[in-house]
Design a protein around this ligand. Structure first.
Ligand code: PLP
Length: 368
């Protein structure tokens, strides 16, 4: 039977295997494992590509966001507003920075619901942290306007959004600090865990530079309490190999999204993401292709029987539904979206033929 996996990890490895081996031998023979030239090169390439002053490699995006918040001014008791349709990591970064995560509703584009932000603002609110989900950047004009009006900071969970733009500016450049994830299934994924923290602010950068490395400064002295959260130099070397193809990768993803749009837009039981180029303010990179589908659970089973992998983001629960973490909000818009949302294959391993097979199968499900 034909199979279209949701994500094909071995395929990613095999498509770069020879270059990875070279990088492995090269790094190994130089003994260059921690904070060496490959990491510096990678950080430079990312900062240039994103159009941000500083990019720092860290152990993972969650640490990056947490440290970004710590360096950027979040402390004990500060409330930070975020969208409940995100990874729990957004909330845990706020929590471990000392803040109080305040989840709010999800808008029609599956990102933070701009109209719900102001109602969540209290005297303790310190920041808004939109998640630039599925490779799309939120309406940052609207968020900035609210932030300025209420004197709030902005942080971005841009874990899924490397290269995604709003009005020509990349995700990760709007906030005091933001994170990018390099987890293997992310658009730019290494062979393990990895992440980046981005900032345009010199003093936040200085703090982050120390914070990720035990509080040590360029002089080797300890200047502050720090973490051990560095991106391995070997991973940076693998990432340098893959990053050369990044523009081609984002074009291919946008092409797949256009094909999905052409094939699926006439199925009335579905609601699709905004098509690439449909909205000139947004340049989406399609980390995921997340649709809303009637009879979602049956569709998922049907597609699995056809060998097609799908995924319901975050195991089917919004962050505010993790009640063991102390959340008690009711977010009806988000809860109703969570009954319909499902992600269909969107990755660099799939062919056009694979995509048409996915679409044929979805069509035949609703035709019955
Ligand atoms: C993947 C992801 C994270 C976590 O990234 P790690 O690098 O695994 O820490 C955080 N937020 C969102 C929205 C993500 O998709």
């Amino acid at each position: 039977m034909k199979s279209v996996p949701f994500f094909n990890y071995p395929h990613v490895f095999r498509s770069y295997e020879e270059q990875f081996k070279k990088a492995f031998h090269d790094v190994g023979n130089r003994g260059a494992f921690i904070m060496q030239s490959d990491l510096v090169e990678f950080e430079k390439s990312i900062a240039e590509y994103v159009g941000v002053k500083y990019a720092l490699g860290v152990a993972n995006a969650t640490d990056g966001l947490q440290m970004g918040m710590m360096a950027g001014g979040i402390g004990p008791g500060d409330e930070v507003i975020f969208c409940s349709h995100t990874m729990v990591a957004t909330a845990s970064a706020i929590h471990f920075a000392g803040g109080i995560p305040v989840p709010i509703e999800t808008g029609p584009d599956h990102l933070i619901d701009i109209d719900s932000i102001e109602a969540a603002i209290t005297s303790k609110t310190k920041a808004i942290c939109p998640t630039q989900l599925n490779g799309r950047t939120a309406n940052m004009d609207a968020i900035r306007e609210i932030a300025v009006k209420h004197g709030l900071l902005i942080f971005e969970d841009a874990a899924q959004a490397l290269g995604s733009k709003f009005k020509g500016k990349c995700a990760g450049t709007f906030g005091v600090a933001s994170c990018i994830s390099l987890y293997p299934a992310k658009i730019l994924g290494c062979l393990g865990d990895g992440g980046l923290v981005l900032t345009n602010d010199d003093s936040v950068y200085e703090k982050l530079h120390q914070m990720r490395d035990h509080g040590r400064g360029h002089d080797g002295d300890v200047h502050m309490w720090g973490l051990n959260s560095r991106l391995d130099n070997l991973q940076a070397a693998f990432l340098n190999v893959q990053f050369k193809d990044y523009p081609a990768v984002t074009s291919r993803r946008r092409q797949l999204a256009s094909l999905y749009q052409d094939r699926l837009s006439r199925i009335e039981q579905l609601s699709l993401p905004v098509a690439p180029d449909a909205d000139p303010d947004h340049f989406d990179v399609f980390q995921n292709y997340e649709i809303e589908a009637e009879n979602r659970d049956e569709l998922k089973i049907y597609l699995a029987e056809k060998g097609i992998g799908t995924l319901i983001q975050w195991g089917g629960k919004a962050v505010h539904q993790f009640t063991k973490l102390g959340f008690n909000q009711k977010l009806p818009k988000t809860e109703s979206l969570f009954k319909k949302m499902i992600m269909i294959p969107m990755n660099m391993s799939m062919t056009d033929e694979d995509l048409h097979y996915v679409c044929d199968s979805i069509e035949s499900f609703y035709a019955n």
